[in-house]
Design a protein. Sequence first.
Length: 144
Amino acid sequence: MTVKQISVFVENKPGKLAELTEYLQQHKIDMRALSIAETQDFGIVRMIVDDAYQTSCILKEAGYVASITPVLAVEMPDEPGSLFQILKMLGDGGVNLEYMYAFLTPKEATAYMVLRVADNEKAMDILSKKGIRAVCQDAIADLW
């Protein structure tokens, strides 16, 4: 069970991220989670949105280089040690973590983490056996 992450290349210059977010606003795209990795010349904006296909289409029409990647979004208790437990389970199971980022919802005592791993199915099998619940694409909108 995965969610669709949009990755967008953006020039690393003043105002370019604002242009991207203004464009998303104009097209009524609702971001649920966001991460930015940067280099000297460009950044990679990774986001979970309400409609990944529509977002990808409008970004490409505007000339942005964008791609869709299946990632895991997991729910965990919002308490010390929860992330460690998940990372330990994955490491012990031989699943490599490429990157991750968190997102918030109004749901009390619950944290959410987006995980990009080398093998989504293996990771989800390991986590689900330990009671960690994945959030599917359709459920993302219901978290708010």
